[in-house]
Design a protein around this ligand. Structure first.
Ligand code: V47
Length: 380
């Protein structure tokens, strides 16, 4: 055993909060098995043997983006080959297909489109919401929200902008766009995107309005281990604030995203190794003592790895996910999907109980495409 882990193990078993130095020790350890035991202890205290998944669809309404972040292989300028934007009608058609396939959630994000008006976004939400009222719309990362505040000429009124979106049908915010909360990394890799203070501010405003949200960290590129821990500390503080101030909204889950170098301006980098991935997920589980869920996003982590990660603190495997194209991991057409039985088999084979959840982590009972929340009427 790595003896440096012993005092951390004492804290974990006593339910005490870990320090930044503890976090660094966890990220540096070669004793991956003790690390897994610690993360698994916390994971099992919170969730027992359950492992969550959902039936969801991703819709990237446009890849046209005013920014050109170095790590991103998704963005295009208008007129570029492969640039696209969905009309509201086409987006509704995709949402309707999602409902027919039994999805409970639509995860909808896009680039910072320089020309679409604010009304496009509210129309998009309200048209999808009226066509598919039981489909939870988890949409727009914090940087998109700031962009929408600018184009609606209310750059300093996030409450008003988020309220408009919520009224139009927004159900919660996804965790994307956080990248790494550090100004050096920001300026080198995604200058032009909002900095950490703004990202956190958007989520704070959402929580005050009662919206749940997620958080991410994009790791394994030009950040240091200290930067990763600082990022987790800022998330932990923001969550403390939401809880202490009694907001109805808060962070539900953190999704550590391993950097995938292919086709990005940083493709000369290697990206994280599998052991680094395990260390990152387990460290997130142990540092973020006020977050309920740790998600392994199988699209980026692969399904076999995500299955393994269930023993390193992960309790959520994300979902069935169709039409994903933020990264090019799917190859040319980028179509990524796993069927429910494959997802459940991976969970069962790892010794856990698969539990279908909705976006808000309520248990879903299902017969084919028909589903209902436990104790609620059947919806289609
Ligand atoms: O914000 C971009 C990341 C994120 C690359 O909230 C990359 O439930 C790796 O946020 N390599 C989008 N990552 C994905 C995301 C997400 C996914 C699943 C669930 C949820 C949720 C959120 O993807 C971006 C960015 O951080 N990203 N390029 C890349 N080359």
């Amino acid at each position: 055993m790595d003896t440096a882990l012993a005092p951390i193990a004492d804290k974990v078993y006593a339910g005490q909060r870990l320090s930044a130095d503890d976090g660094l020790t966890l990220l540096r350890t070669r004793d991956i098995h003790t690390l897994g035991q610690l993360a698994n202890h916390v994971r099992r205290e919170r969730h027992g043997n359950k492992a969550y998944y959902n039936i969801n669809r991703h819709l990237n309404y446009s890849n046209i983006c005013a920014l050109s972040c170095k790590f991103c292989a998704f963005h295009r300028k208008r007129g570029d080959e492969g640039a696209y934007e969905y009309s509201v009608d086409d987006a509704v058609a995709e949402a309707t297909k999602a409902v027919a396939a039994g999805a409970t959630e639509l995860h909808m994000v896009g680039g910072l489109h320089p020309f679409l008006p604010f009304s496009y976004y509210t129309d998009l939400l309200s048209a999808i919401h009226s066509a598919a009222p039981n489909l939870h719309i988890k949409a727009f990362t914090a940087v998109e929200i700031v962009h929408l505040a600018r184009i609606s000429k209310r750059p300093n009124d996030l409450t008003a902008v988020l309220s408009d979106l919520k009224d139009a049908g927004l159900g919660s915010l996804p965790g994307g766009g956080a990248e790494v909360f550090d100004d050096r990394v920001h300026d080198e890799a995604f200058k032009g995107k909002i900095r950490s203070d703004k990202w956190l501010d958007v989520h704070r405003h959402a929580h005050k309005l009662g919206l749940m949200s997620n958080a991410t960290i994009l790791y394994g590129h030009i950040e240091s281990l200290e930067d990763r821990i600082h990022h987790l500390e800022l998330l932990r503080e923001a969550q403390d604030e939401a809880i202490n101030e009694g907001h109805q909204g808060r962070f539900q889950t953190v999704i550590p995203l391993p950097f995938i170098p292919d086709d990005s301006e940083l493709e000369h980098l290697y990206g994280p190794t599998a052991l680094d991935d395990l260390r990152m997920l387990a460290t997130a589980r142990l540092m973020l003592d006020n977050f309920s869920h740790i998600k392994a996003f199988w699209i980026m982590q692969t399904l076999p790895f995500s299955q393994t990660a269930l023993d390193w603190g992960v309790d959520d495997m994300d979902g069935t996910v169709v039409w994903y194209d933020i990264t090019k991991v799917g190859g040319a057409d980028n179509h990524q999907e796993v069927d429910v039985s494959t997802l459940r088999r991976a969970i069962l084979d790892a010794g856990y109980e698969p539990v279908e959840r909705d976006t808000l982590y309520r248990t879903v009972e299902r017969t084919g495409a028909q589903w209902r929340l436990a104790d609620q009427p059947v919806t289609v």
